[in-house]
Every structure is written in structure tokens, then in C-alpha cells.
Design a binder for this molecule. Structure first.
Ligand code: PMP
Length: 356
């Protein structure tokens, strides 16, 4: 009987995260304030041939390379960072290899690693969710072919110190080390400048978050030209659609739009931290557009109660690496007003002792 490879069947089904959402979306770390008006204007100007012809990627790729101050040969545009992860892991991992990453983290790492037949080595962070630098280095073996670090991390918001990432790159010269900077714009910390020093370094960036283009699916993978050349052999030639390619230069040109969004996120993130602290609910310092809160045994009830108010947050509490935790994306001020108004009632209905 026809059957997919065992490695593929070992991967759990990915839930349909966007199915049936209505109301306020604070569950998928999107930019709910929207993309630049320049992008919308470009979309409105599209012609029939923009749609009917296979897309040309070089111009957009060159614009992004110039913006990031790398050579075009060091960059591959991908269908979101999701595809960058899939391509990188497929290029470097196979049966008998090990993929190493800290947990909790972005679930695409185990999914894409296991599908290749590689073993996954997960290093738990302590409850402070600090980057477990020493434990990660100690877990490197001759079979470690890939290491993935989300920086800032999702769902914790933690930022790994640069010196720890440098030490990791040094300790694993035979492994591809992915520093996934999906939330770069919210913290400004990057390892991109280390590309000349470390030949095993890969950096990923996305336009789904601060640029507000999640539905267009645009990300990029950066690394040494010789490695990118290998990955390009695997990538579908038209993996990035023409509509996204047409919009990219406009999104990139409107840095004021990105900066205003980042400022608003930081302000609302601080307000949310203060609100949770008022109720005695622990949160962790976040460098992304989201905040992780410890709801303990109430995590799923709390998420369900907010949903009855039309507010969607992400329950990560069943994950043993962040048990009891719920992740809240920072929305617009108006959306966060709605969240703050709903918070005391949701806590009360799920039995949390509301002290104030
Ligand atoms: N990496 C991290 C750490 C993420 O949190 C996400 C999205 N939640 C992604 C990658 C995927 O981003 P994209 O939309 O570019 O596929």
C-alpha cells in the first residue's frame, strides 16, 4: 500500500490556526495595524500581465539585499520564513543527523527537522526562559548538523546575548546555525554583521510581522553565497508570487510606517505588562510584538473566556516547556483597550482570584 515516508508520518498535523477567527486577533503575532498604504496603492495598480506572467524576482531581491547590506548571492527570498526553515533543514539534515534547539520555541523547527528523518535534541530553558547557552553548547555532538535559535524567541520574547550566539557558532563549525530574526524590527539586534566571520551562520527575516505582510508570505534566508547556492537548487523557481514581489519595494521604502508601528507596540506592551502585574500574573520581558503570561492551570479556560469576548490569544499552556502560559500579541491601541476591558471579567469567570 502506498505510504509516505515514516519520518514524514511522524510529524504531527499542524492545526489550522486561522480557521474560524473573527473579532480581535491577538494569537498569531501579526501586525494588526496593517501594512503601509504604499503597498495597498501598488496592489491597486496591478495589471493583467502582473498576474498572468511568471514573476521576476531579481529586482526585489536586489532591493532587499541593498537594504540589508548583503550581496544578492547571499540572500534568497522565500515564501515566508516557514519556507526558509523547510529549505534550510531539507538541505542540511537527513537520517542519522541531529537538529538542536532550545525549547519552548517556534514549532516549525521540530516539524521540519523530523520530516527529514533527523533526530531532534531539545534543550529546555529554565522557568526564567533565558537562552540556555551552556546546555546548548554541551549538547553539540559530531552528528549535530543544524541548530535553530529564534532571536527574539517565540513564544517567550527572550533575546539571546550576542556573545552566546558567537560561542555557539564557534562550537559547532560543522552545523548550519539558523538565527531566526522574525522579530528583528522590534529589538534591533541582529547577527547579520557576523556573516563574514562565521561560514556556518544563516539568518532569517520576515515581512509578516513589523511590515504587516503576513498574507503575502515573504521572508528571506541569508547566508554565505556557497550555501545559498546549494539551497537555491532545492527552492522552487517561482516560490515567491508576483504580487508579493511587486509590493516588496514599496513596503521596504516606507520605513516610517514600520518605525511608527514598533513604537506603538512597545508602548502597548508596557501597558499590558503593567496590567498583568496588577493581577499578580507573571510575564517575561519580551523583545517581540507579543507577551507571554503565566495563567497556570487556568490557561485554556482563560483563552476560552477571552474568545467569548471575541478576543483570540494563543494558548501555549499544554506545551510542557511553557506549561500554563498564554501568548498575547500586541494589537493596536483600540484592540488593546478592548483586551484591557475584557481582562478582569475573563479572569473572574475562570476563577482567578482578582485582587484589585
Ligand atoms: N519564525 C518565528 C520565530 C516566528 O514566530 C514565525 C511566525 N510566527 C515565523 C518564523 C514564520 O514567519 P513567516 O510568516 O515569515 O513564515
Amino acid at each position: 500500500m502506498l505510504k509516505a515516508r515514516d519520518a514524514v508520518l511522524s510529524v504531527p498535523q499542524i492545526p489550522q490556526l486561522t480557521a474560524g477567527r473573527s473579532g480581535i486577533f491577538l494569537d498569531l503575532n501579526e501586525n494588526t495595524s496593517g501594512c503601509s498604504p504604499r503597498v495597498l496603492a501598488r496592489l491597486r495598480s496591478l495589471t493583467a500581465s502582473d498576474i498572468s506572467l511568471y514573476p521576476e524576482r531579481e529586482a526585489a531581491e536586489a532591493a532587499i539585499a541593498a537594504h540589508l547590506r548583503v550581496q544578492p548571492a547571499e540572500l534568497l527570498l522565500t515564501n515566508g520564513v516557514d519556507e526558509a526553515i523547510l529549505l534550510l533543514f531539507s538541505a542540511f539534515l537527513g537520517t542519522g543527523d541531529e537538529a538542536l534547539y532550545p525549547v519552548p520555541t517556534f514549532p516549525m523547527y521540530p516539524i521540519c527537522a523530523r520530516a527529514t528523518g533527523a533526530a531532534t535534541v531539545e534543550i529546555p530553558a529554565d522557568r526564567d526562559f533565558r537562552h540556555p547557552a551552556a546546555a546548548l553548547r554541551a549538547a553539540i555532538t559530531p552528528r549535530t548538523r543544524l541548530i535553530a535559535i529564534a532571536n527574539p524567541n517565540n513564544p517567550t520574547g527572550a533575546l539571546a546575548p550576542r556573545k552566546d550566539l558567537q560561542a555557539l557558532l564557534e562550537a559547532a563549525p560543522d552545523a548550519a546555525v539558523l538565527i531566526d530574526e522574525a522579530y528583528f524590527e522590534y529589538c534591533g539586534e541582529t547577527m547579520l554583521g557576523e556573516l563574514p566571520r562565521f561560514s556556518n551562520l544563516f539568518v532569517a527575516r520576515t515581512f509578516s510581522k513589523a511590515y504587516g505582510l503576513a498574507a503575502l508570505r515573504v521572508g528571506c534566508l541569508l547566508g554565505r553565497a556557497e550555501h545559498l547556492d546549494a539551497i537555491r537548487r532545492l527552492a522552487p523557481p517561482f516560490n515567491l508570487n508576483g504580487i508579493a514581489l511587486a509590493c516588496l519595494p514599496e513596503a521596504l521604502a516606507d520605513q516610517d510606517h514600520v518605525a511608527a508601528h514598533v513604537t506603538a507596540v512597545k508602548r502597548e506592551r508596557a501597558r499590558l505588562e503593567a496590567a498583568f502585574s496588577k493581577y499578580g500574573i507573571r510575564t517575561w520581558p519580551s523583545h517581540g510584538n507579543f507577551l507571554l503570561a503565566d495563567l497556570g492551570k487556568w490557561h485554556s479556560d482563560f483563552t476560552a473566556q477571552l474568545a467569548t469576548d471575541g478576543i483570540h490569544v494563543r494558548d501555549r499552556g499544554a506545551d510542557s516547556a511553557c506549561s500554563g502560559c498564554v501568548r498575547i500579541t500586541i494589537g493596536t491601541s483600540a484592540e488593546m483597550d478592548r483586551f484591557h476591558a475584557a481582562l478582569p471579567g475573563a479572569l473572574q469567570r475562570c476563577g482567578w482570584h482578582v485582587a484589585v
